[in-house]
Design a protein around this ligand. Structure first.
Ligand SMILES: [Zn+2]
Length: 340
């Protein structure tokens, strides 16, 4: 079993690519040890994909049939083409990771497969020759990472449910056995509004692991310093102020859609780019200020009562000025007016 290959390595894994999120890391390890399907719930940019990729990296190399995208092994062939193939090749653990992007356009045929009606007549509907395997088979012997599961149409959710429940799928009028073995990790963003509700029976097939925004200012700062581009020097207290500003907006009761960690990274990088444009080696408060609208205005949504009286830009400007008058913001003085 696939999970058995992970048992030893998962015990000592620290998932150091993801900063913070200790609870989620702990829960993920526990869920893998217990051989569960995993649903990671959390906002964009908190490291859901990174965490799942890290799990695939823990898988040992695997000997598969050469040229097979479905990672058939010599012992177990799941795709039509491999019946006559013999050559093998070794693939590293990180290649045993398949990402499926959930979307309203994703069909059962894309995901699970399709039956060729002509070949079905010739070879029989359940024959390997008549069946074109879908994306799910590419995850065979690896990790199937299903991003934004709740964006999928209900029909696809039902097909997935059948796969998870019975390891079978219904395509057209045919029932297909799913021989593929994979670890199923899905994600969902609860703040995403244009989505389908996941049915209770589908949710029941998963253990849910929750990831939130970075726990503290310090954690979010560390993310910037480790993952942000470096173009100009950003004084430590200014990095703190950027993080503080984002977290202020996230906590504001008037902000309904909150700025992600990508927004914080955006501020960090665009402030540096602004300094560079002004031929400065060091970022100051004006460079930060000049980045806020372009990075933030489209990333937040105000609550309905405010939406008609205030634009996101006005809200951001007001919050920025308040920040400069209070707490750590008082260390900084804007010069203004130096944008060409
Ligand atoms: Zn194959």
């Amino acid at each position: 079993m696939l999970q058995n290959e992970l048992h030893t390595s998962i015990l000592s894994e620290s998932f150091s690519d993801v900063i913070g999120q200790d609870r989620a890391k702990y829960d993920i390890k526990s869920a893998i040890l217990a051989n569960r399907n995993i649903l990671i719930v959390g906002p964009a940019g908190v490291g859901k994909t990174t965490l799942a990729r890290n799990i695939a990296r823990l898988l040992p190399p695997l000997t598969v049939i050469k040229g097979c995208v479905f990672h058939c092994t010599p012992e177990k062939k799941v795709c039509p083409e491999c019946s006559k193939r013999k050559d093998t090749v070794e693939i590293p653990g990180r290649e045993r990771f398949i990402r499926v992007q959930g979307s309203p356009d994703l069909t059962v045929e894309d995901l699970i497969g399709d039956i060729d009606p002509v070949k079905a007549l010739q070879f029989g509907p359940l024959s390997m020759e008549a069946f074109t395997p879908g994306k799910i088979f590419q995850a065979n012997n690896g990790v199937l990472f299903f991003d934004e599961l709740n964006r999928c149409p209900e029909k696809l959710q039902n097909a997935l449910l059948q796969v998870l429940q019975e390891r079978k799928a219904t395509i057209g009028s045919h029932q297909v056995d799913l021989e593929a073995d994979f670890l199923f990790i899905a994600t969902m963003n609860p703040e995403d509004t244009n989505t389908e509700r996941l049915s209770d029976v589908l949710i029941d097939r998963f253990d849910v692991i929750t990831m939130g925004y970075p726990e503290t200012d310090a954690v979010e700062k560390e993310i910037l310093v480790r993952y942000g581009q470096k173009m100009a020097a950003v004084p430590d207290n200014l990095v703190s102020l950027m993080v503080h500003f984002i977290r202020l907006l996230r906590d504001a009761k008037d902000v309904e859609r909150k700025p992600s960690v990508r927004a914080t990274l955006g501020l960090y990088e665009r402030s540096q780019a602004n300094a560079l444009l002004k031929k400065k080696k060091k970022v100051d408060i004006d460079d930060f200020r000049d980045a806020v609208f372009s990075v933030l205005a489209h990333r937040i949504t105000l609550r309905p009562a405010l939406r008609y009286t205030q634009s996101p830009e006005e809200f951001i400007e007001k919050e920025f000025q308040t920040m400069l008058k209070t707490g750590m913001g008082r260390e900084f003085k804007e010069k203004k007016g130096d944008v060409p």
